[in-house]
Structures are given as C-alpha cells and as structure tokens.
Design a protein around this ligand. Structure first.
Ligand code: FMN
Length: 190
C-alpha cells in the first residue's frame, strides 16, 4: 500500500504525528509525507519538535513547493491520502481546486483519479464557508472526518482520545490499529 500523509497548519499537529506512527507500525505501507509551511510552525509550537524529526516516520518526504514531485501526478499510483490535521485554508484550496502547493495538488489528484481522500478538519466554531467547503468535498467522495473528541470508551487521557481518532482514520483504509476501541454495543434497550 502507498499512502500520502499531508500535515497542514491547523492546530493538532500531534494528530498527524500519531497517524504517521500508526502507519509506520504496519509492515507494508509506503508513506509519503508533505508538511505545509504553517504545519512546521505548529509542530514546533505545539510539540516542541523540529519538523525534520517527523521525516523518519515516512519513506519519502516531499517539500510542499515541489510541484514536480511524483505525488503531483495521477500517473503515480497511490492508494489514498490523509490530510491530518486539515486547516480551513487547505480545505478551501481543495474544494476550489486551487492547487498552489504540493499538498493541495496531491489532494486534487486524488479526487480526479477517484482515489480515497480523508481530511481531518480542525476548527471551531465552523463558519458557513467552512461548512460549504466540507459539503463540496463530501459530494466529491472525500471522507470528511473532523477531529472530534470521543467519550464512549471512557478516555483517561488526551492520548486515548487521539488513539480513537487515529483508529477511525485508519479504518477508512481497513488498516487495523490495536489501540482503537470500537463501540461494543449495549445489551439493554434504550
Ligand atoms: C498556532 C496556530 C494554530 C492554528 N490553528 C488553526 C486551526 O485549528 N484551524 C485552522 O483552520 N487554521 C489554524 N491556523 C491557521 C493556519 O495555520 C493558516 O490558515 C495557514 O495559512 C494554513 O496554511 P496551510 O493549510 O497551508 O498549512 C493556526 C495557525 C497557527 C499559527
């Protein structure tokens, strides 16, 4: 399997890192990574990490201005792309086909080639512009999977909440994630 991971400059760089770590644990996935300019800042600000530290989690790292990279072309076969976290700017760029950087172009290619694209938007509250852009993507077959908190598994930590989100993202590609707790169902009627 070959998956492109894009990390854009929305808050929640940790989500991107954890998705990368989970994919890395799988033996047969070739990971291509694109980090936007503002994501470099959130990685530094929120995680105290240098963006280069994430490079070890990918097989191939593409600079966001490298518009001639393999993943900029539909002729380069990939199984899908995950943008996590996805900023409202990147969301807007994808929804309008404005592919001015590699992250946007790779997403645009996914849509035109009818390949799986999962975006994990993070913003609150959401404006009508944000909501309309999400609906546009949904109607194009993109999976809009917002970074939502989960409670049914009774998390004790942020890590456990993040694990649930990572599991939900990987589920979109039928990739197992051992720390994901699916809903087990209730015996009684509600
Ligand atoms: C610390 C920080 C946190 C941010 N958080 C968000 C956010 O949660 N959601 C969002 O849409 N934009 C957020 N932004 C703004 C984006 O980084 C900005 O719109 C940027 O142009 C996005 O570019 P990119 O999508 O190419 O990464 C944040 C910016 C900074 C510096």
């Amino acid at each position: 399997m070959r998956i492109v991971v894009g990390i854009s400059g929305a808050s929640g760089a940790f989500l991107g890192v954890e998705v990368l770590r989970a994919l890395r644990r799988q033996p047969d996935i070739e990971i291509h990574l694109i980090i936007s300019r503002l994501a470099e800042e959130t990685i530094k600000l929120e995680l105290g990490m240098e963006p280069e530290e994430l490079h070890a989690l990918a097989d191939v790292v593409h600079a966001n201005n490298q518009l001639g990279a393999t993943v900029a072309s539909g002729s380069f076969r990939i199984d899908g792309m995950i943008i996590v976290p996805c900023s409202m700017k990147t969301l807007a760029g994808i929804a309008t086909g404005y592919s001015e950087n590699l992250l946007l172009r790779a997403a645009d290619v996914c849509i035109k080639e009818r390949r799986k694209l999962v975006v994990v938007p993070r913003e609150t509250p959401l404006s009508g512009i944000h909501l309309r852009n999400m609906l546009t993507l949904n109607d194009l077959g993109v999976v809009v999977l917002p970074a939502m908190m989960t409670f049914y598994h009774k998390p004790d930590s942020i890590q456990e909440m993040v694990d649930q989100l990572v599991g939900k993202v990987l589920l979109q590609f039928d990739i197992p994630f051992e720390r994901y707790e699916p809903w087990g169902g209730l015996e009684e009627d509600l």
